[in-house]
Design a protein around this ligand. Structure first.
Ligand SMILES: [Zn+2]
Length: 220
């Protein structure tokens, strides 16, 4: 099983802009966390980009097609001149039954976990949906131009990543992961860097680095 994750935009293409944030940064942030969670289920993941670089739409499709990915998931945020527009919507390619099913699963998961407005699942002839060979979806996670949505996108990227992951896992018939408030608190406090499955084992190197951060480094 191989999933290609595609953080929209990047480099000199910022995507939508709102409330002093750039879409490309939010897309990448959520996608990097999403990658960690999906990989924790032993699913292979390839990112079309894992840093702030420019990448053409065909290049993104080529990465998925050449690697014969099973699914292609593009992560975006919406923007609109009317700053009251808000909510989540997920797109699949017209006529793709599997794509539509995956879109519904992810859309439901995001809306229920983040409590964003449900703008529903839609079909569209977007380039990356059209030119990929496998079921492909594009998620508009929320509106960067809406103050509530952008607050969630910037401050709760882990929740978006967990919600999208659980949408994927539900679609694949796998058990979802739970978000642990305690783990989230350690993450926000800077004691741990990445998402950790609450049920996974701690390695000594991770344990040691948390202890060192707690006591403020080595004492002589
Ligand atoms: Zn976008």
């Amino acid at each position: 099983m191989l999933i290609v994750l595609d953080p929209g935009h990047g480099g000199n293409d910022s995507g939508a802009v709102g409330n002093n944030f750039l879409e490309k940064d939010i897309n990448l942030n959520i996608s990097l966390k999403l990658k960690d969670i999906v990989k924790s289920k032993n699913i292979n993941v390839i990112m079309t980009r894992d840093k702030d670089i420019s990448l053409g739409l065909q290049e993104r499709c080529d990465i998925a097609n050449k690697n014969k990915a099973d699914y292609f998931i593009s992560i975006h945020c919406n923007g609109f001149k009317d700053t009251s527009a808000k909510g989540t919507e997920t797109y699949s390619y017209p006529g793709s039954i599997i794509g539509a099913k995956l879109a519904v699963s992810i859309q439901r998961s995001i809306v229920s976990m983040l409590n964003t407005i449900d703008r529903g699942t839609k079909t569209a002839n977007f380039y990356v949906l059209h030119h990929t060979d496998m079921p492909a979806i594009l998620i508009e996670t929320g509106f960067i131009t809406h103050f509530e949505d952008v607050n969630l996108l910037v401050n709760k990227p882990n929740l978006f990543a967990t919600a999208i992951s659980n949408g994927i896992f539900n679609f694949l018939g796998l058990q979802g992961v739970s978000i642990s408030d305690d783990i989230e608190k350690l993450h926000q406090g800077g004691l741990i860097n990445d998402y950790h499955d609450p049920e996974s084992y701690v390695k000594w190197k991770d344990f040691a680095s948390v202890i060192l951060k707690l006591i403020g480094g080595y004492k002589k």
